[in-house]
Write a protein that binds this ligand. Structure first.
Ligand code: C2E
Ligand code: MG
Ligand code: MG
Ligand code: MG
Length: 276
């Protein structure tokens, strides 16, 4: 027995193995404690009208406040959480923060705006029923109308699991939520699938405008805009950083944007001071 324990101890405390501990394992180990301690924070980024830069909505984006005070952006942890499946817990945490925020704004008689919140493709790997039940259950704890919440799902999910996603979007609609396809243009989904999707909003991925603009790309973007209009869906361009971009977007008939030109994601207190 002593021998066995000894062997296990060697494995646990072998310094070279400790060094090999991947970032992912670290995240696995710290995730639930961080969630419990409210170390995850909801930042809000404004969505704005290109014509006058007035703010009409916001996107909720997760940040991880580390014990040393550093704020980690999602790029540092989302992929790992996706891989191990914990992302679904983070999504519901942020979703509930959105509900709390909307309820608070209502009580404070502030101007209410639609807040969108991101849901990973992980929720749609099974039949989606668990996701839908939980969405409704959490909603029922707050006196918030679902019309003020927009559910963002990335285009990549659409490609992998069309049937489940279509069902879920339809049900979300029936409840009254708004639904958005995020990062459009990155996932190779077919146009017929897009036409069938009961989405209210298409969010054009920032790679469309941020990776150098040619005349050809600009025209392609304008055509996508016309196409989405045919489908009677709203459209928003992500990653609007410069006045030049804002200008050619307006010229192409686009009306809504999100990007550093207006503001980056900010803590909720800052958002309220600036926009509500
Ligand atoms: P996303 O949903 O496409 O969100 C937009 C991302 O673009 C945000 O990055 C935002 O800060 C960034 N962005 C906004 N304007 C600009 C701009 O003008 N230029 C550039 N270069 N970037 C801009 P962020 O906050 O780092 O989040 C990255 C991604 O992480 C999000 O992309 C989303 O896919 C994911 N994410 C964030 N929070 C959550 C969450 O609660 N759940 C899930 N499942 N994913 C989340
Ligand atoms: Mg998003
Ligand atoms: Mg996006
Ligand atoms: Mg994304």
């Amino acid at each position: 027995n002593a021998k066995n324990t000894g062997k296990r101890d060697i494995t646990l405390y072998n310094p070279s193995l400790r060094i090999q501990r991947t970032e992912e394992q670290k995240i696995v180990g710290e995730f639930y404690e961080a969630l419990y301690r409210d170390d995850f924070q909801m930042y809000l980024q404004p969505k704005f009208i290109l014509r006058d830069r007035s703010v009409y909505g916001a996107e909720a984006l997760a940040r991880w406040k580390r014990p040393d005070g550093k704020i980690l952006p999602p790029g540092m942890f989302i992929d790992s959480l996706e891989k191990i499946g914990y992302i679904t817990e983070l999504d519901f945490y942020i979703y509930e923060e959105v509900l709390k925020t909307l309820e608070k704004w209502d009580k404070q008689h502030r101007r209410k705006i639609v807040i969108s919140t991101n849901f990973s493709g992980r929720h749609f790997e099974s039949d989606g029923e668990e996701f839908l039940n939980r969405i409704q259950h959490v909603l029922s704890k707050y006196s918030v109308r679902p019309e003020y919440i927009e559910i963002e799902v990335t285009e990549g999910v659409l490609v992998k699991n069309v049937a489940v996603l279509e069902k879920c979007m339809n049900r979300l609609h029936e409840i009254g939520f708004r639904v958005a396809i995020d990062d459009f243009g990155t996932g190779y989904s077919s146009l017929s699938v897009l036409a069938d999707m009961p989405a209210d909003v298409i969010k054009i991925d920032k790679s469309f405008i941020n990776k150098g603009m040619t005349e050809q790309k600009k025209n392609l973007l304008y055509e996508i805009g016309r196409m989405v209009k045919i489908l009677h869906k709203d459209i928003i361009i992500e990653g609007v950083e410069t006045e030049e971009q804002e200008q050619f977007l307006k010229e192409g008939g686009f009306t809504c944007g999100q990007g550093y030109l207006c503001n980056c994601p900010v803590p909720i207190g800052d958002f309220e001071k600036m926009y509500l």
